[in-house]
Design a protein around this ligand. Structure first.
Ligand SMILES: NC(=O)C1=CN([C@@H]2O[C@H](COP(=O)(O)OP(=O)(O)OC[C@H]3O[C@@H](n4cnc5c(N)ncnc54)[C@H](O)[C@@H]3O)[C@@H](O)[C@H]2O)[C@H](O)CC1
Ligand SMILES: [K+]
Length: 509
């Protein structure tokens, strides 16, 4: 699913209107109908709110609100409208202003006449949408401050008013704090960034049959990975397969006190369909590992407490390094040797050995940035924001972090998975793919080790190209977390639960 800019969204509206020979008022009616259905779904036909206030701005966002007021009134909701005065109003605003039944109270907002809002009022924020051109000020800001102070349940139409769809606004800007955002068409970039979560709340997009052709023809670096994006991407397992068919992976992981990371990554790798897995671990972990993951083969390092040797790489189709690795100088030497060895193209594929680099291996890269130029093409890095900062620089805000992410991925031609809510995968060509699966229960120790194992397995798969393998792995990891949390609850979720649900998550794909 593509994510378009505010300007592209407006062009999409026009293309839909022209392409389907409808009026803009009819497209607005579609949006309003979807908002009505959202109310039905959320409140049902019985328990309608005692008091529903529609705050309507002067443009088409306000027009959506006026149309919704009419539809809710028709559905026996107790509706009242408060109109933000402006020098001019859009044509579709007028159209729906005139169609508003006289029985619906409609008052103009004034500095001395702010609408009454009680804690059990449901407020629909239809002040501003993608036409916001500057931060809110004056009466518009006063109304929003009044709304936010009232602590009512707020449903934002299309986007919370005061929030730009695809760019940061000044830190002190006044923005509606919505419990829900019901948007039409495609997700807005703003919905996917942590700094906007307090304003956007729970968001969803409603399909109003916007021009698929225009969407297909519109270029954007931003994408949203939903089930449709990865459907059918996992190659079938031929009947006459053998272990070699699905690759032999090597995992370099573990140090004293952090052997669990190696066990979790190994378990995830095996559960993600790898043919064979060999783990190279420090001597202290031998019994732990062989007991915990009998399906994996195990090489032990000469060192007891950390990894100091790089095994011969020739048997392997992909290598993962980092979970629980520690940052000992000897491990740094192993990382350097691995990067140098992996850069040589494999005679079988002509490409460099696929690598997945995570956790302490990333921190070692961050402290020795001269190694970054050794990264083979399509190396997979899986930093969380702090680890990413150590690889680059502190980000001013979430938008700046995306710029840093795109620059890093294009500069080093690698696939960078920035982990968090809506995990973002940056590609060597500068695309950003935001993941739709996962939940806050996955913010638990070991969750990242599990992702490393999943990605290692999929990068070992001969038929999966690099980008598709990583996008699928990120999706499946989050989906496994959702399936697990349905059993354990988010608080009760531990990384091992994710491992146990990877199989079912991949089976869905
Ligand atoms: N496909 C869709 O997504 C559809 C969306 N619809 C709705 O249309 C709005 C966009 O409407 P638009 O008229 O372009 O702009 P807004 O209503 O967002 O803005 C209103 C108006 O406000 C003025 N303005 C901008 N910034 C400020 C400010 N800071 N202070 C005061 N006034 C401001 C500006 O001049 C605008 O004219 C979209 O969000 C959807 O809700 C369609 O209805 C259906 C299809
Ligand atoms: K709005």
């Amino acid at each position: 699913m593509k994510i378009l800019s505010a300007a592209q969204t407006r062009a999409l509206d026009q293309a839909t209107i022209a392409g389907q020979s409808i009026t803009s008022a009819q497209l607005m009616e579609r949006a309003a109908q979807e908002l009505l259905f959202w109310f039905y779904g959320h409140y049902g036909h019985g328990r309608v709110p005692a008091d529903t206030l529609l705050l309507c701005g002067p443009g088409n966002n306000g027009g959506d609100g006026l149309a919704l007021a009419r539809l809710l009134h028709g559905a026996n909701y107790a509706v009242r409208v408060a109109l933000l005065p402006a020098d001019s109003y859009s044509a579709d605003w007028w159209h729906n202003r005139q169609r508003l039944p006289a029985a619906v109270p409609a008052a103009e907002i004034g500095a001395e006449a702010l609408p009454a809002i009680s804690a059990d009022t449901v407020v629909v924020d239809a002040l501003f949408g993608t036409g916001l051109s500057r931060p809110l000020a004056g009466l518009a800001a006063a109304v929003v401050a009044h709304l936010n102070a009232a602590r009512a349940r707020v449903v934002a139409v299309d986007i919370p008013s005061g929030l730009f769809a695809d760019a940061p606004q000044p830190a002190a800007s006044t923005v509606v704090r919505a419990r829900h955002t019901v948007s039409s068409g495609l997700p807005k970039l703003a919905f996917l960034l942590p700094q906007n979560a307090e304003f956007v709340g729970e968001w969803e997009v409603e399909d109003i049959d916007l021009s698929p052709q225009f969407i297909a023809d519109t270029a954007t670096p931003w994408h949203y990975t939903n089930a449709a994006a990865v459907a059918g991407q996992l190659p079938p397992r031929p009947k006459f397969s053998h272990k070699g068919t699905f690759g032999h992976a090597l995992l370099l992981a573990g140090s004293r006190g952090k052997m669990g990371a190696a066990v979790l990554a190994a378990g995830a790798c095996l559960r993600s369909g790898v043919g064979l897995l060999t783990a190279h671990i420090p001597g202290c972990g031998y019994d732990i590992f062989q007991i915990s993951q009998p399906e994996a083969m195990c090489l032990t390092d000469a060192q007891a407490d950390f990894i100091s040797e790089l095994p011969d790489l020739s048997p392997y189709q992909a290598v993962g390094i980092g979970p629980g690795l520690g940052q000992d100088a000897a491990s740094l030497a192993v990382l350097r040797q691995l990067l140098e060895a992996a850069a040589k193209p494999l005679e079988k594929t002509g490409q460099s050995l696929p690598l997945v680099i995570d956790a302490d291996a990333l921190n070692l890269l961050g402290r020795h940035r001269e190694l970054l130029k050794l990264l083979p093409e399509n190396t997979v890095l899986t930093p969380h924001p702090k680890e990413f900062e150590r690889l680059t620089e502190p980000a001013r805000d979430d938008y700046h972090r995306l710029e840093l992410l795109r620059d890093f991925a294009t500069r080093y031609r690698c696939l960078v998975v920035l982990k968090g809510a809506y995990t973002c995968l940056a590609t060597p060509s500068g695309e950003l793919h935001f993941n739709s699966t996962g939940n806050a229960g996955m913010a638990t120790g070991g969750s990242g080790d599990v992702l490393t194992g999943v990605l290692l397995a999929l990068r070992s798969h001969a038929q999966l190209p690099a980008f598709e393998a990583v996008r699928l792995g990120v999706y499946a990891h989050g989906r496994a977390g959702d399936l697990a949390a349905a059993q354990t609850g988010q608080a009760g979720l531990v990384a091992g639960d994710i491992v146990r649900h990877i199989g079912p998550a991949l089976a869905e794909v």
